[in-house]
Ligand binder design. Structure first.
Ligand code: HEC
Length: 709
């Protein structure tokens, strides 16, 4: 019978015959089609039952980033070595978490490019380039980065930097559908990974520094049709409110906030509880930063810096918890959230845990948003603690920097940024990639709303302190040195179990923890380290020579456990943490026991010493001042200060050669270097503007040459 059946279809099509064959060669299109189309709701709901795969951003809906695999342990980790590496041939920072299903890996790089890799061999299967116009980099506060994809029923979903949500055929790498999720005239960008919940792809966006209004949306995973959109801050109160929640939120704002967007973007964290059928999203900071500029009479400014629980079918807000009422410091609550069931005072509690930028670690009841506990996980001075009755921070009276400039801990980068934490149910600890850093906050007296393309709206004197104002420095002790730390946090007792400090190379990556008793983390100097999850002893280390930002994962192929991490560093990494000497090209490294492939010597970006440009220029003081203003607004974002004498991914314009000098205008206004990431400014700048910028660059280089002589 069976023979007959096969015989019959063998005179049909080859494809049909293939589908009757139960086993395919790993890595073939048929194999990929089969394994990725099996990633359905059932598989996502039961992700813990297939620990060999890493099916979604946080590995499961609870987003715990705990791998139950236990082949690699403290006892044998000295045998862990490189199995393969794959140079993706891209520049810039990689922040992605790779997903893996039956040995097929999906990872993203800068400019939202997607790579499918045969993780058995470390070979590229396909690459999808969404061709994001490079000018969009101009709207991205913190780089043209991307944190990863979602997988569902044979499709790979990526949120592109320019605001598109894109569905790609997981087997062929071909476009299935794409839809634009943002108003492209506003300064929205997408860097976060989509999630799929009950057939909807959920995606938010960023741009709160650039005057936008935050929201999150659900799209039909099969068709790309928008199912719902939930705003996080109210719009113009003269127009009808989108929901009751928006009407209630509007009562907590004053003045004309909607003219400045308000902020509250949902740019990263989400989690889902299938039993409660609640989708949790983290909401970002206020735009502009100081409340006095966007809501002059005060108010909590809901739902900034909040965790929202939504109905995933229609996006309705079921409950909220605001971590930083009336945010004044860029204290987003978009940081990674983990769901767990904890035993607290003899009671099993369904909790949600978050370490937002504001420096406090929160444990909330995820059924209703009730406050359970919060303690500071880094040094904090803006608030003395959290009121245990109300769950609100107890602010210090000078914290809002309205009369003085003030040194505030944590800085605007936060006690913890987007780098995912991990929760190990076996040790009971949450591992937090944290930062002990401060920033002097002060009002920018000249702030005016800039709603132009890429217009930055901090409202604080972020770059230049105000000489007329007194600076209130934090003189208390103990006050930490600027550093990064991996903190093992006991969420039940709300205290640190152990921590490891990173003094010089403070930027530390996302975290993986495993049932092998391990915690993996990378650093900006390329160190990739494993710790004993119980006590923080370093048990293994390798240097990958490229700064590490992305988050390691673990998976299994044919009974063998692997650890993978996507690494890449470089300009567009964002402000303040650009260590360009570690800017090797983006690469995926995969480790297993008993392998020892040497770390390849991938070529560095060109670092041959160059001479400072020496060309004639003509300009009076007024023109140079205009050139400087234009340079600061349009160019500094990527190129940084002129003639700063470091070698970066983006050229220092103080070192342009004759050819570049000659084609300067064509590079800026005709897109001559657009394929390499240099935007085309034809709609933003005139020829006269470009001439002024060029003269400013040459004048700065001239003064640097004089200084050097
Ligand atoms: C979004 C990031 C970004 C912004 C903003 C940007 N650039 Fe660029 N620029 C680049 C990149 C990337 C390259 C390198 C392209 C290459 O490798 O050919 C580049 C290259 C150049 C070069 C060629 C340099 C050389 O030595 O080869 C010039 C000139 C230049 N940019 C001018 C400008 C000016 C002027 C501005 C502001 C009006 C500006 N750029 C803004 C990313 C940017």
């Amino acid at each position: 019978m069976r023979f007959q059946f096969r015989f019959l279809i063998s005179i049909g099509s080859i494809l049909v015959l293939n589908q009757c064959n139960p086993s395919y060669d790993p890595g073939t299109t048929e194999h990929i089609f089969k394994v990725t189309s099996q990633v359905n709701d059932e598989r996502l709901l039961t992700a813990d039952e297939t620990p060999g795969d890493w099916l979604s951003y946080g590995r499961n809906y609870f987003e715990d980033r705990f791998s139950p695999l236990q082949q690699i342990t403290i006892a044998n980790i000295d045998r862990l070595g490189l199995a393969w590496s794959l140079n993706l041939g891209i520049k810039g920072a990689l922040e992605a978490t790779p997903l893996v299903v039956d040995g097929i890996m999906y990872v993203t790089g800068s400019w939202s490019e997607v790579f499918a890799i045969d993780a058995r061999k470390g070979e590229l299967l396909w690459k999808f380039d969404p061709k994001v116009p490079r000018i969009i980099g101009f709207k991205a506060c913190c780089g043209s980065v991307n944190r990863g994809v979602a997988l569902y029923r044979g499709m790979v979903y990526v949120g592109a930097l320019d605001g598109r949500l894109i569905a790609i055929d997981a087997a062929s790498g071909k476009l299935k559908w794409e839809t634009i999720t943002v108003d492209t005239t506003a300064n929205y960008t997408i860097t976060g990974a989509p999630r799929v919940v009950a057939g909807n792809v959920i995606i938010g966006n960023g741009g709160a520094e650039y005057g936008v209004r935050g929201y999150v949306s659900g799209y039909d995973a099969m068709t790309g049709e928008q199912k719902w959109r939930t705003y996080t801050v109210p719009g113009d109160p003269d127009l009808p409110f989108e929901s009751k929640a928006m009407e209630e939120a509007a009562a907590t704002w004053t003045g004309e906030w909607w003219k400045y967007g308000g902020g509250g973007t949902v740019w990263d964290a989400m989690a889902y509880d299938p039993d409660l059928d609640l989708l949790y999203v983290g909401v970002g900071n206020g735009s502009p930063w100081p409340r006095v500029y966007r809501s002059p009479e005060g108010g909590d400014n809901l739902y900034l810096s909040s965790i929202l629980a939504l109905d995933p079918q229609n996006g309705e807000i079921v409950w909220y918890y605001q971590t930083t009422p009336g945010d004044n410091w860029d204290y987003t609550a978009t940081q990674h959230m983990i769901l767990a069931d904890l035993n607290i005072e003899g009671q099993k509690k369904k909790v949600i845990m978050q370490a937002p930028k504001n420096g406090f670690f929160y444990v909330l009841d995820r059924t209703n948003g009730d406050f359970i506990s919060a303690e500071s996980y880094v040094y904090v001075n803006w608030a003395s603690g959290i009121d245990q009755q109300t769950g609100r921070p107890i602010e210090n009276e000078w914290s809002r920097y309205e009369t003085k400039d003030v040194q505030i801990f944590p800085s605007n980068v936060g006690g913890h940024n987007w780098q995912p934490m991990a929760y190990n149910p076996e040790t009971g600890f949450v591992y937090i990639p944290s930062l002990d850093r401060s920033m002097v906050f002060g009002l920018d007296p000249d702030w005016k709303f800039d709603d132009g393309f890429g217009g930055v709206n901090w409202g604080t004197n972020r770059t230049a302190p105000n000489p007329e104002r007194e600076v209130l420095e934090d003189a208390s002790s103990p006050q930490p040195d600027p550093q990064g730390r991996l903190v093992a946090w006991d969420p039940i007792n709300q205290k640190e179990a152990w921590s490891v400090a990173y003094h010089e190379n403070w930027w530390n990556s996302g975290v993986l923890t495993t049932s092998g008793g391990l915690v993996f983390q990378g650093l900006c100097d390329g160190s990739f380290i494993a710790y004993d999850a119980k006590n923080g002893n370093k048990v293994w280390e390798i240097n990958l020579r490229t700064g590490i930002m992305g988050s390691p994962v673990s998976f299994e192929i044919d009974g063998i456990q692997y650890i993978s991490v996507a690494v890449g560093w470089g300009a567009w990494a964002g402000n303040g943490y650009q260590f360009t000497e570690y800017s090797y090209p983006g690469t995926v490294y995969t480790f297993t026991l008993g392998k020892n492939t040497p770390i390849p010597d991938y070529p560095m970006p060109d670092s041959t010493p160059r001479n400072l440009a020496d060309f004639e220029f003509e300009a009076d003081e007024e023109m140079l001042a205009r050139g400087m203003t234009l340079y600061e607004k349009y160019c500094n974002h990527c190129h940084w200060d002129v003639a700063r004498e470091t070698v970066g991914v983006v050229p220092d314009l103080g070192y342009i050669n004759q050819g570049t000098y000659n084609s300067f205008e064509a590079i800026v206004l005709e897109g001559l270097r657009s394929p390499n990431g240099m935007p085309n400014f034809k709609d933003l700048l005139t020829k006269e503007d470009v001439a002024e910028i060029k003269n400013y660059i040459l004048a700065s280089t001239y003064s640097r040459r004089i200084e050097n002589e």
